[in-house]
Ligand binder design. Structure first.
Ligand SMILES: [Fe+2]
Length: 331
């Protein structure tokens, strides 16, 4: 468990980047992807002036240690704490590779990271933000793994996106109890993969029949008349791709609702979704993706900001970074 100090009377700003995805071949000085990535992160940092940077997974591709090391050095260069979680691609080469990536993080001067109990995956830890000795916010940083295999009622095996496992639910409850005992009543879960509840939230909030495929470049932050009655004031954003969550109910929404402290969830994984929907009392958000590596939409490029006051997270918003001028020089 890490502790960071919030100054009384000032906001504490957390800036999240997701799905950086840089790989070794893109690290050369002057490479367009590197140039756009560096513009994106440095401009967002300059605007937001965060006290903490978080990175919600798919930092690079497992097995590409040079890229993880480069990204660790890059985030370290801002001289403020930064805290990553593993994404499916960071995990895709198995436990030994993930452990090696974790060692790279642990060697970085400003990186907050704990491997934690291996039964939980790699990198499950808590960051507490205190003001005058009292916790005002805590971040659950969790590993949502790579894939999940299950057998259906006909005995057929299926493979779907990763999810929090049962040991992680026990760990969450234990950590949450410790935080509550310390008077912490506001927490945020940051992980890579959306959970099953994102399907439910989107189905509850969006009106059916939105033709996202034909709206690819029309809407950045909202689609007019997208929301069902009651969601106008508690949802925003777009969903340009299918939600990449485990397709089997994972019980995570119930875990969070029962825990009583988590008011926000921030995930990545879906590079071109950026919605935030308040569902069952919890704000389920997609972070913006940073940079063009893998796939992206230039108008959904940037980072996502959590503003913490003495009462916990008071605001979540996307900080867009326009790189059209760089794209226009791309030949
Ligand atoms: Fe990704």
């Amino acid at each position: 468990m890490f502790t960071l100090q919030k100054t009384a009377g000032e906001d504490f700003r957390i800036l999240n980047f997701s799905d950086t995805h840089m790989k070794k071949s893109e690290l050369a000085e002057g490479h367009l992807f590197r140039t756009i990535f560096e513009r994106t992160v440095s401009e967002a940092v300059a605007r937001v002036r965060p006290h903490l940077i978080t990175v919600s997974g798919d930092i690079s591709w497992s097995g590409d240690d040079a890229a993880h090391a480069w990204l660790a050095d890059y985030f370290d260069s801002f001289g403020i704490p930064w805290a990553p979680v593993m994404g499916n691609h960071d995990n895709q080469c198995g436990e030994a590779f993930a452990d090696n990536i974790a060692d790279i993080f642990l060697a970085a001067k400003h990186c907050l990271f704990e491997k934690g109990d291996a039964a939980l995956g790699c990198g499950n830890y808590v960051i507490v933000i205190e003001e005058n000795g009292q916790p005002v916010e805590a971040l659950f940083m969790m590993d949502s793994h790579n894939r999940y295999t299950y057998t259906d009622e006909n005995g057929v095996s299926h493979n779907t996106w990763g999810r929090l496992n049962e040991a992680q639910k026990v760990w969450y409850a234990e950590q949450n109890a410790v935080l509550r005992a310390r008077g912490c009543s506001d927490t945020t879960l940051i992980m890579h993969m959306p959970m099953y509840g994102y399907f439910e939230a989107a189905a509850a909030a969006y009106r059916p029949g939105i033709d996202w495929a034909n709206l690819q470049y029309e809407c950045q932050t909202d689609y007019p008349a997208a929301w069902r009655d009651g969601y106008d004031s508690r949802a925003n954003g777009v969903q340009y791709e299918g939600i990449g969550a485990c397709c089997v109910e994972d019980g995570v929404m119930d875990m969070l609702v029962d825990g009583g402290t988590t008011k926000h969830v921030l995930v990545g994984h879906d590079h071109i979704n950026n919605f935030c929907i308040s569902y069952r009392g919890i704000n389920l958000c997609f972070s913006l993706k940073a940079g063009p590596s893998a796939y992206w939409r230039p108008f959904l490029n940037g980072g996502t900001v959590l503003t913490v006051t003495e009462r916990g997270v008071a605001d979540v918003h996307h900080e867009y970074v326009n790189c059209d001028d760089l794209l226009n020089t791309w030949t």
